[in-house]
Every structure is written in structure tokens, then in C-alpha cells.
Design a protein around this ligand. Structure first.
Ligand code: PSU
Ligand code: MN
Length: 302
């Protein structure tokens, strides 16, 4: 039997036993969520933001059938530029390892692998969730169920606004996934500072997040994720009227072209980017940067 151990980058390998702060980063946003060649520059920038915040970055991906926690420069370049890089959710990990495939990890696969490695904080853009056409397609991201079973803190700007946000929040409640609004009493709207939905709990400092994590650990109980919902600053959000108009168009196009399964999310993100002439991309990046900075501060506060 071949063994499928996690491959840690040198800096992650040094940081974890000494309890230095580490922040996991997902790679699907790099490989399938952002246009080239900007995606590579962003991947490098996000790692720098983690370092500037006093933590070690651990970008997660699968390369040639090996699960990596932390990538070297050339490995990051492969994820950003290689056409053979697949999109791997949690359920795809075993076939990818067994067949020697390479792929970028979604929130579900990243959270799983990062928690396995002993990493407690993970930053991303927006989570997957319940799609608006759920009644016809039953499309609900595997992110939700995996987060219900994995103890990790995920810093995000809410769930992607291409989704049915109230339905996603309801599912997260049912699944027992905790949500803290960071300096807001509204759930963020990914490209928008607010989705219009309220959150039950608000924290205002990284230390408060760390205290909630400590309380969860002392309670024990089911392993589940804690979502820190951190809005994009209003000054950097997408114009809400533009957002609502182009989202309707993107959803129509997705339906007309019969896009389904794993392709739906990258298709909608790309559609929005084209139809807003790049404005959605800037809002997306502003949200991710803010999340990565906050994740580093939370990791440092633990
Ligand atoms: N957020 C972004 N860009 C992305 C994603 C999230 O800003 O590309 C990715 C994440 O990796 C998330 C995935 O886990 O989309 C969800 O895909 P699906 O809906 O197929 O589960
Ligand atoms: Mn899906």
C-alpha cells in the first residue's frame, strides 16, 4: 500500500511544532477563480500578506498525487498556469492521490487537509453554498457539509453572492456551523459589504475570535468549523445596482448554456467579471486581501 502522507513546505514544517502562527490558503480561487496571469501575482501577494501579519502561509494543493500544505514558488506557478490542474473538492482527494493527478483544492478540500495538518485558521474569498436554482438542480456546495465536520476557523467575506444567501445561512444553522460577524452585525455579501441578512454574533478584535475558539475547544462536542465573516470595505465594494443587474444576466446565461456541476461557480464568477468590466474582480480581490490579513492576526492571537 502506498502511503499518502501530507507534504509540508519547509516553513510550515518548522512552524507547526513550535506553534508559530500558520494560515492556510485555498488554491481553487487561484487556478479556477481568477484570470491569468493576474492569478499568480495574487497568489504571491496573499502569501506576502500572511507573512506581513507575522504568520506562515500554507497554500494547499495536490501535485502529482501528493497533498501539499505550503507550496514552493515553482509549485505555485504550476497551480496558476498549468491547464491540467483540476478542481478538487474533498471527495476528489482520494482519486487524485491514487491516480497521481494534480489539482487545486476548494474550501472543502483545503479545510480538510489543513485541519489534518494541525492548522487552525484558513482564509478564502467566499464560501460555496446553496445555489439559487437549488429546487431544480439540488446544487449545494460540498463546502457546507465538510465545514460541519471539520474543526477550523474560516475567514471569508460570506458566501459568493451568486448563491442563495438566506438558504445557505439556514443550512449553516442546521449543520451547526458557527458564524461571527467581524465588526458587522450583517452577514457580508462577498462583492458587497452586506448581504442584507443579520448575524447573531459580532466580534470586533482578533482576540475575541481567539476567545471563541478557546471556548469551543473547552466545550468539546462535534467537530465543526467557525466562520468569521469579514466584509469587504464599503469603499471597495462592487456597485450594488451593477451587481444585481449583471448577476441576473450571468444566471440566465448559465441556465441557457446548460452549465452544471463543478463548472457552475467558475462560470458565474467569470461572467460577472466580464460583464462588470473587471469591477467584480477588484471587489473580489479586496475581500480576499482583507480576509487574509485578518486570518494572520487571528492566528497570531491564538
Ligand atoms: N471564492 C472565490 N473564488 C472561488 C471560490 C470561492 O472568491 O473560486 C471557490 C472555492 O474554492 C469554493 C468553490 O470552495 O469555489 C466552491 O465551488 P462549488 O460551488 O463547485 O462547490
Ligand atoms: Mn456545486
Amino acid at each position: 500500500m502506498p502511503s499518502h502522507e501530507l507534504v509540508l513546505s519547509e516553513e510550515v514544517w518548522e512552524a507547526l511544532p513550535t506553534r508559530r502562527p500558520v494560515v492556510a490558503l485555498e488554491s481553487t480561487i487561484i487556478a479556477h477563480g481568477l484570470p491569468r496571469p493576474r492569478n499568480l501575482a495574487v497568489a504571491e501577494e496573499l502569501e506576502e500578506l500572511v507573512r506581513a501579519g507575522g504568520a506562515v502561509p500554507a497554500t494547499v494543493a495536490v501535485l502529482d498525487g501528493r497533498a501539499h500544505i505550503g507550496l514552493e514558488k515553482s509549485q505555485l506557478e504550476r497551480i496558476a498556469g498549468d491547464n491540467g490542474v483540476r478542481k478538487l473538492g474533498h471527495r476528489d482527494l482520494a482519486p487524485a492521490l491514487a491516480t497521481g493527478a494534480s489539482g487545486a483544492t476548494t474550501v472543502s478540500a483545503t479545510a480538510f487537509l489543513a485541519a489534518r495538518a494541525g492548522i487552525r485558521v484558513f482564509a478564502t474569498g467566499g464560501l460555496g453554498g446553496v445555489h439559487r436554482e437549488w429546487c431544480e438542480t439540488q446544487d449545494e456546495s460540498a463546502d457546507l457539509r465538510l465545514l460541519a465536520q471539520t474543526r477550523i476557523t474560516v475567514v471569508c467575506a460570506g458566501v459568493k453572492s451568486i448563491l442563495d444567501v438566506p438558504a445557505t445561512l439556514q443550512r449553516l444553522e442546521t449543520l451547526g456551523v458557527g458564524i461571527l460577524g467581524y465588526d458587522t452585525d450583517h452577514f457580508p455579501g462577498f462583492y458587497l459589504a452586506s448581504s442584507g441578512q443579520p448575524v447573531d454574533w459580532t466580534v470586533r478584535t482578533p482576540e475575541e475570535v481567539a476567545a471563541v475558539m478557546a471556548a469551543r475547544n473547552s466545550l468539546g462536542g462535534p467537530e465543526s468549523a467557525l466562520i468569521v465573516a469579514n466584509p469587504v470595505p464599503e469603499s471597495e465594494q462592487l456597485d450594488p445596482a451593477l451587481h444585481d443587474r449583471v448577476l441576473g444576466e450571468a444566471l440566465d446565461e448559465c441556465r441557457e448554456r446548460g452549465i452544471s456541476g463543478q463548472a457552475v461557480t467558475p462560470f458565474l464568477l467569470d461572467c460577472l467579471m466580464r460583464q462588470t468590466e473587471g469591477a467584480s474582480l477588484e471587489a473580489n480581490l479586496a475581500a480576499v486581501r482583507g480576509n487574509v490579513r485578518l486570518a494572520a492576526r487571528i492566528a497570531a492571537a491564538l
